[in-house]
Design a protein around this ligand. Structure first.
Ligand SMILES: Cc1ncc(COP(=O)(O)O)c(C=O)c1O
Length: 418
């Protein structure tokens, strides 16, 4: 990114107030990897959040709190739409939603005609799964490490229509992309219609080689649906570059919107064949909005998406990704290889970003999570998924996490493992 563009993106309402022009200029010259280690820069970003003082929050994977500028805007939107009431809904809702959808499409790198605003990833992906005209004997491919709601949605289709699900199991620390691609390829048969794959596996933090998986699946005539719940606004990418047919994500995770916002991307040529869940004769079969009949819905949530995009753009996707990976690497490097400590996350930095999962041999994940909170005031989440072979606590720093907090976590882990 050139200096002018950087100054523009860092020059938004909040950050330009925080950084003096000279300081901004210095940051503009800094390579991402170097800026990722600049505690003063990230300390200023941290100042934009209201953080609980009596424990360290390393469970930002469930959802990200809104930054203060976004929260304030959200409250203004609640007041504004409540004040105008039905007049807002009847006159401004549609154009406002189109504007927000267009901004989201720009962030995702796709056309607004390929994207709708949903409530969350579950709604987005389940809309696709339910949108297929499944026939007995049809097959879908997925992984044991995928998210439970989508696995359950596929099980529901199996019960209802007699289709079949083939489930692969991802290795914790693959040697190559080819190993993963081959794993998915081995589950495809002539009956396979749809392959579901996580962009980032939520329980391990594993970042999967989506483009290569899509190319392989398409060569076999199989559609690909990507679960991007954790990737959108954590990683720096454009959805069309992944080559997938469908992509769902939650905006309340890494974009930091209010709870209850997501996106569904459907590649243009794939829109027509999907059946909507809710009837809407107002749109052509080729119009993605046919999948977006939600009934009356809180408009202030959708409006605040725009403020969250502004805040995100002020930092920039590439800078955020570099910082998040740096934070994860900072702590995992210190504990990997320590006796009794089990890492459930790939060792190659390219296969990870913010999220990692760690266990202690002989200690139940729930006990580890409880000990971390009760003895060390560190908030994580226990993951105990025998079918996925993942037992540990998920640790998810965010842009406001400090190295000092991670040092505290590393000390706690070592104490508990000793
Ligand atoms: C990989 C993955 N997919 C889907 C979801 C569902 O997200 P939501 O509850 O926002 O629909 C999650 C939530 O944690 C997730 O981690």
């Amino acid at each position: 990114m050139n200096k002018r563009r950087f100054l523009r993106t860092l020059g938004g309402a909040s950050l330009s107030v925080m950084f003096a022009p000279k300081v901004l200029d210095r940051y503009a010259r800094m390579p991402y990897a170097e800026l990722a280690q600049d505690e003063a820069f990230w300390g200023t970003i941290r100042g934009k959040y209201r953080l609980v003082p009596d424990y360290i929050n390393l469970e930002n994977g469930y959802y990200s709190m809104q930054s203060q500028p976004v929260l304030e805007a959200f409250v203004r939107h609640i007041r504004g739409t409540n004040y105008q009431a039905s007049r807002y809904m009847r006159t401004a809702l549609v154009p406002d939603k189109l504007r927000v959808r267009t901004r989201l499409a720009t962030l995702a790198g796709c056309s607004p005609e390929e994207l709708i605003i949903t409530r969350n990833t579950t709604e987005s992906l389940d809309t696709v799964i339910a949108g297929y005209d499944w026939k007995p004997g049809d097959e879908a491919v997925m992984a044991a490490q995928d998210y439970g709601a989508m696995l359950d949605m596929f099980k529901l289709q199996a019960r209802r229509y007699g289709m079949q699900n083939r489930v692969v199991s991802l290795p914790v620390d693959p040697r190559s992309d080819a190993e993963i691609v081959q794993l998915y390829a081995s589950a495809i048969t002539p009956r396979t219609r749809l392959l579901m794959v996580c962009h980032v596996v939520n329980i391990t933090g594993h970042v999967l080689p989506i483009r290569a998986i899509c190319d392989m699946a398409h060569a076999r005539g199989v559609d690909v649906m990507v679960d991007g719940a954790h990737a959108f606004a954590q990683l720096d990418y454009r959805i069309p570059d992944l080559g997938c047919d469908y992509y769902g994500a939650s905006l309340h995770k890494w974009l930091g919107t209010p709870l209850g916002a997501g996106i569904l991307y459907v590649r243009r040529e794939k829109v027509a064949k999907l059946w909507p869940i809710f009837g809407d004769e107002g749109f052509e079969d080729t119009d993605i909005r046919k999948l977006n009949h939600t009934g009356t819905h809180p408009p202030h949530t959708d409006l605040a998406i725009e403020n969250a995009i502004d805040f995100h753009n002020e930092i920039g996707s590439a800078r955020k990704e570099a910082r998040l990976r740096h934070l994860q690497q900072y702590w995992t490097k210190q504990v990997r290889g320590t006796p009794r400590i089990v890492m459930n996350t790939p060792s190659d930095p390219k296969r990870t970003c913010a999220i990692a999962n760690v266990g202690i041999d002989g200690m139940k994940p729930a006990d580890l999570g409880r000990a971390l909170f009760e003895q060390h005031r560190i908030w994580t989440v226990a993951i105990d998924r025998p079918a996925a072979k993942v037992h540990g606590v998920r640790v998810t720093p965010h842009v406001y996490t400090t190295l000092a907090e991670l040092d505290t976590f590393v000390r706690a882990l070592r104490t508990l493992a000793a």
